[in-house]
Each structure stands twice: as structure tokens, then as C-alpha cells.
Design a binder for this molecule. Sequence first.
Ligand code: SF4
Length: 376
Amino acid sequence: MENLGIYIHIPFCEHKCIYCDFYSVITNENRPGFLEALKKEIKTYSGKFAGDKTVKSIFFGGGTPSLLEVPEIEEILNTLAKEFKIETPEITLETNPGTVDLQKLKDFLKAGINRLSVGVQSFDDKELEFLTRIHNSGEAKKTIFNASEIGFENISIDLIFNLPGQTKRGWEENLRTAVGLPVKHISAYSLILERGTILNKMVLDGKVKISDEDYDADLYEFTMRYLKSRGFRQYEVSNFAKPGYECRHNKFYWDYTDYLGFGPSAHSFVEGVRWRNFSSLKKYISEIRKSGKAICTKETLSEKEKLEEFVMLSLRSEGLDLKRLREEFSPLWEKKNKNLLEFLNEEQIIKFAGDKVILTEKGYSLCDEILTKFEY
Ligand code: SF4
């Protein structure tokens, strides 16, 4: 029986952070309409659509899913349970410190959430202020301790490095704080300037200076070494987990497992077809009311595109399974790239483990560059 992941995009935030380009609105005006539409969309893509697939992961992302009331989350989960075959799912809720108190965390746990992904970003109050986050470091730690004490065993945090003015010592302090907390998973991303964000404009206007790529690479290399030395295994370019706590949902994305995305701006990928919903709450609601779907773009991947994605996603994560590549795609890729693979192996950028090609730490650092070198 094949697995299926489900992503639910909750498009509400209390405030728009300066660096963020995820789709969200800062009003609750359309919340009842959104929930109605979401339930209708889920019913449109019910188990009939997903065939025999079994849902093993449900991920509430956003936006700020933890702004929803617990009965609203329960309603969504109940709708999913009626419409899909779900078995021992990992159910993740992205949670912003500052939006949940102890009681709300207890209620989320009771509702079935079994993994919290806490958007910490930094443990330095000045950095948090710069990022215009709504919480401070103390609140982030309190959320994590509270969650752990009441029984959340699987807690992840997000951190951002190479913030303007961030010293190596400052980043090291962030990581040191992180590993001292009861967290099992850390996502560490370099600050990315997304077009259309306030931060991007600040940089273009010369009001903020971002450190160069070499400095960024130094911080990244330190991150890999440090987290490894603290028992966090790197299983993707930006993701580190204690053994057994790798994010199932992430792994589905990278493993080429099918997933359905519900809500505005959500992406889906099922049997080689990818589609994306409208990134507008109003449009999403009106389209769903009309037809039960809110698809903005849809594409069927060509065999070459599927192969490219498979290679890219596998190499960025747990490694490229050559046996699977030969069976599901073609043996030609290996022949075409034989010399390059040998060279990368000699340079210790990749290593072979049985039938798998795995990036080394050096390889993770050069990942984007390496991926442009392969022939398809
Ligand atoms: S809380 Fe998250 S989704 Fe909302 S604006 Fe900030 S970074 Fe973006």
C-alpha cells in the first residue's frame, strides 16, 4: 500500500515578518469561510481520489496554524479521518511561540497533534526584534519546555543563520541553546532574501547589509559539525534530527512520495502531476465554492523532469538510490554521469554506500553547484 502525505496551509498570521514570503493574511475576516472551503476541498480530493493510498503524515503549515482554535484543528482532523484512510500518522503543527499557552498546548496534544514544529528562528532577542517576530527568546524556550513537560516528545525548531551582523559566536550561542533544550529535530536555514519582502527592499536600499557567501558557508559548515557532535544526524541540506525523529513529512517530499496540499498556495504532487492552489484567500474560497477545487497552475512532469527531480531531491536528502533510479527511470543516467560521479567520489564530495550515492558534508555545502553538473 502506498503512502500519502497531506499538507494543510493555514493562511493567518498576527503580523507579517519582514523576511517572509509564505502566503498569509493578517486578518481573521475570512476565517469561517476558509474553514468551510477547506473542508469542501478535502472532500473533493477524498479517498476516492487518493485510491488505495494510506495517509501517514499530516502537516499543518502556514501562516501560523497555532493561531487556530483547538476545535478548529479537531474539525479539520475529523474531516480528514472521514475522507481518507489514515494509519499511525505523524501530525505536525507549526507553532509560533507567543500564540500558545500551556492549556492550548495540552489541548493540541489531546486533539492528536504529535509533533510540534516551533518557529523559533533565533534565541537572541535583538535578532528576533530585527526579524520582527512576535515572540522573544524567553517565550520560545517556555513554549518548548511547556510542550515537553506535558508530553510532546517530538519537538522540532527552526533557526535562521547569517542574520545581518550575526557573529560566529552569536550563531554558536544559538545552536548551543538549541541543543540544550528538549528538541529532537532542528531545521537550520541560511537567511534568504525573497523578492517582494520588506527585508529585500531594505537590502536593496542599502539599509541592511547581508554577509557574503563565504561567511554563510563558514556558518553552515560549523552548523553541520556542531549538530553532528551533539547527536543530530543530518538527513537533508538544512535538516538535522536525533535518530528516529526525521520529519516524515519532509521525507515524503524528498522521497518522491505523493502528497496532497489543501488551502491557499498549497502544492500537491500525485502520480507525476503537480499543481498549486491560488495564493489568495478570497480567490481560494470563491473557487472552492464553485467547483471544490482552487487550482492555479498544473503541470504533468515529463520523464526527464521526473528524473531531474528524483536526482535532486534524493541527493539533497538521504541519498540517491541507484537501484531505484535504474528500475523506475533508466540505466542511462548512471552511464552518462559515470565520470562525474567518479570525480565527485575522488574529491570526497559524494560517497557510495551500497547502491546509494550520498553527499558528504563537503557535498552538502556544494549541493546546489553539483546539481547543475549532471546530464539527463
Ligand atoms: S509568522 Fe511565519 S508565516 Fe507568518 S509572517 Fe512570520 S514567518 Fe511568515
